[in-house]
Write a protein that binds this ligand. Structure first.
Ligand SMILES: [Zn+2]
Length: 106
């Protein structure tokens, strides 16, 4: 009998202060990277998808990021974590389009 499944690993890759696109408050935003793994007998074998999400610590709003956006966040956070940055989060249109778009490795 073969037991397989999926498992997600979440990693915090950046935290930075920006003006939230949802609540308009300057608040810490957590950028996390979620990697989904195919598991065999509960052992992760290979990754099947990566999702990057930014969560506002003030209102709790989570928005998906592209890899490029996430990289910018990480770079900004590494540069000066106390420097507020203006940004335009993907916002509402991302929730409808991004949910369907997973990037499975071919
Ligand atoms: Zn917010």
């Amino acid at each position: 009998m073969i037991i397989f499944g999926m498992r997600s690993f979440v990693r915090l890759i950046a935290t930075l202060n920006v003006v939230c696109g949802s609540c308009r408050n300057p608040a810490a935003q957590r950028v996390i990277k979620r990697t989904r793994w195919f598991t065999l007998f509960f052992i992760p074998v290979f990754p099947v998808g990566v999702t990057r999400v930014m969560t506002c610590t003030y209102c709790g709003r989570a928005s998906k990021l592209t890899k490029e956006q996430a990289d910018q966040m990480v770079a900004a956070a590494a540069g000066d974590p106390n420097q507020p940055a203006m940004m335009t989060p993907a916002g509402d249109q991302s929730t409808s389009s991004a949910t369907a778009r997973e990037h499975p490795h071919s």
